[in-house]
Design a protein around this ligand. Sequence first.
Ligand code: PLP
Length: 353
Amino acid sequence: MMSQFWSEVVQQLVPYTPGEQPKMQQLTKLNTNENPFPPSPHALGAMQAAINDDLRLYPDPEATQLKQTIAGYYGLHENQVFVGNGSDEILAHTFATFFQGRPALLMPDVTYSFYPVYCQLYQVAPRIIPLSENFTINPADYTGAKAGVLLPNPNAPTGIVLTLAQIEQILQANPQAVVVIDEAYIDFGGTSAVSLIQQYPNLLVIQTLSKSRSLAGMRVGFAMGQAHLIEGLQRVKNSFNSYPLDRVAQAGAMAAIKDEDYFQQTRHEIMANRSALVQQLTAMGFNVLPSMANFIFACHPEYDAAQLARQLHDKGVIVRHFKQPRINQFLRITIGTQSQHERLIAVLTQLIH
Ligand SMILES: Cc1ncc(COP(=O)(O)O)c(C=O)c1O
């Protein structure tokens, strides 16, 4: 029953449903795009070292050293970096900073399903732009934005990537609006738009340590853009929660970004596992969209996706299915280890004849 005490906005809200986080062990968990590899040993060491008496003190509210580390990594100035408690929190602040109260936020019909929830919470009217028949974003469709443009690159849950030239086309067509590129999955084969920041005052790039840095459990995200955009986010953050990143998260995030060897090794292994899995699924009759993410989006012309997801679940293999128009015959499968894939394929072989 709806509480009479809730505000109008909260009564209308349909909150985001995160992928299942099962309590059972021994599952092949390929449903929330986590990294199958552990965090960098240096990150684990730094976090363990950060668990000390200093935890009685508040953390650095500006996470200065972490921002400097990110700025150094990407060749930016410290005032061009913002950090937050996961990129979801940064997206929320992005809505409050740039979109709230303005008409026409352009976003695709098939995209990260948290975006429509933020639209409701922040009372932003989206202008939904359908993907083309083959599930690609057509940059020419993104014109006339008033509030802004919001896109994941690669898109989720399709995994399809835009080139930098296509992103530039969108930036140039909307000079009066902030164009937000959510690069949660960029490290798995796409090209980051970070290199465009000095040129485009309307570009905000958001990344996360949840996927390519194996730190979903620490909740660290960051945004990069020219200083005037970052300052806006900073104003909202300091009106909401001054200390979004705890001491342990700041220490772990810094060490993870500095461990380049581990980052390269694990992301390449995921990309190799992705190619192998695409080949196997294609051989079983699946159509797999071309993915540059740590997940693939696949459908089988002869088998119902919801039923396959249920049957896989019964056998301890969890993938994600979205009951949404256009994509309800697809399964989103996170790229895992080779042994996780062996299990997935073994179960699918029982289900698909
Ligand atoms: C496109 C996209 N953006 C942002 C996020 C949020 O990531 P986090 O809050 O863990 O940084 C996700 C998580 O699945 C995602 O798929």
